[in-house]
Design a protein around this ligand. Structure first.
Ligand SMILES: Nc1ncnc2c1ncn2[C@@H]1O[C@H](COP(=O)(O)OP(=O)(O)OP(=O)(O)O)[C@@H](O)[C@H]1O
Ligand SMILES: [Mg+2]
Length: 335
């Protein structure tokens, strides 16, 4: 028994192998390949950003994982158990893309119902619900029915509901959608807090910048396929290739002379008030400092240009369009 428990704790929290889902649509049964051979492994305490544009297959993947729809192929395991095993399911908190609630209920009733379903003992139910409502900024509305709730408030109820059983794994489909800027910031803080508390998070988004700071790993989907996958730091190629240099120039003439000397391969990002900000290949930095010295320009700031997730996404998406290599998913470790 102890051995079984130990194996479960060592297994990836989520393990997906060769997941595929094809829908048949219309009278002629046209095939839509919504998810194509996705494989990934997510370990305890890690945060995975599951990214991709509209229609990329994010929600379909989640629905397959949670057993809400039947995959066409593939294997899914949570905590080393089949994805249909109730013991595994009990450890998962889920926020659907469009949470739906009976609108005659109050938040306390929704949460109490969910807590009972999960078998949360009566002794801790009330306190936990109170804490969650407080944490999600819903205390003031706890005695109102959901009928009058805004989209953002319903989203918060959905998140509170996902946490009511204190699950180990959170699967959130577009958690930031419908929230205003303050709501987004608060939710990002909450997600970071959950991460610090050791939870494992699987989050989908197409607002890439929103979850960039949270994720350890990302999978980028396009048309159902993983076009990039891996540790975010590796994918973003920190400190490589390009640099941004800010120069103080004495007059417009020396700025022109500097640019004329450099020619192609240098982009002017900003110009004016005696400053010139350039983006250039890092291999030309020495050349820039030498030119600056001879033209009376002073280099005042220099830093590597880091790919943003947005840029990475566009690069990968374009690579696929032009027939470039499609990277395989984060492969589960061989067992
Ligand atoms: N029940 C269904 N029947 C037929 N096609 C479907 C069904 N559900 C999804 N699809 C198709 O599968 C593809 C993937 O859809 P999915 O909802 O998984 O995308 P998504 O990445 O979640 O997009 P979004 O960012 O808009 O939420 C789309 O082409 C969609 O039209
Ligand atoms: Mg979706």
């Amino acid at each position: 028994m102890i051995e079984v428990a130990r194996r479960e704790e060592q297994a990836p929290v989520i393990e997906v192998r060769d997941l595929a889902k094809t829908f048949r649509v219309g009278l002629l049964g046209r095939q839509v390949e919504a998810v194509r051979d996705i494989s990934l492994a997510l370990h305890r305490g890690r945060v995975l950003g599951y990214l991709g544009p509209n229609g990329a297959g994010k929600t379909t993947s989640i629905k397959c994982m949670l057993g809400l729809i039947q995959p066409s192929r593939g294997e899914i395991r949570f905590f080393g158990r089949s994805h249909r095993d109730p013991l595994a399911r009990a450890r998962i908190g889920y926020l659907p893309e469009h949470p739906y609630f009976y609108d005659y209920l109050k938040p306390t009733e929704v949460l109490d119902y969910a807590a009972r379903l999960y078998g949360v003992p009566a002794a801790i139910r009330k306190r936990r619900i109170g804490e969650l409502l407080e944490r999600l900024g819903l205390s003031h509305a706890m005695d109102r029915t959901l009928r009058g709730f805004s989209k953002g408030m319903l989203q918060r109820v959905g998140i509170a509901q996902s946490l009511v059983s204190d699950p180990d794994l959170l699967i959130y489909d577009e958690p930031l959608s419908g929230l205003d800027p303050i709501g987004r910031k608060e939710l990002r803080d909450l997600l970071a807090e959950l991460r610090r508390a050791g939870k494992t998070l699987f989050i989908t988004s197409h607002v890439l910048g929103d979850i960039e700071t949270l994720c350890d790993e990302v999978v980028i989907l396009r048309q159902g396929q993983a076009v990039a996958a891996g540790r975010l730091d590796d994918l973003l190629r920190r400190d490589l290739l390009e640099s941004a240099a800010t120069l103080r120039v004495s007059d417009a003439g020396s700025a022109d002379a500097l640019l004329a000397r450099f020619g192609d391969g240098v982009t002017v990002q900003q110009r004016g008030e005696g400053l010139l900000v350039l983006r250039l290949p890092s291999e030309r930095l020495l050349e820039l400092t030498q030119a600056a010295a001879s033209l009376n320009a002073e280099l005042v700031e220099l830093h590597p240009v880091r790919d943003t997730l947005e840029e990475l996404f566009v690069r990968k998406a374009l690579a696929l369009e032009t027939g470039g290599p499609a990277t395989a998913g984060v492969r589960p470790e061989a067992t």
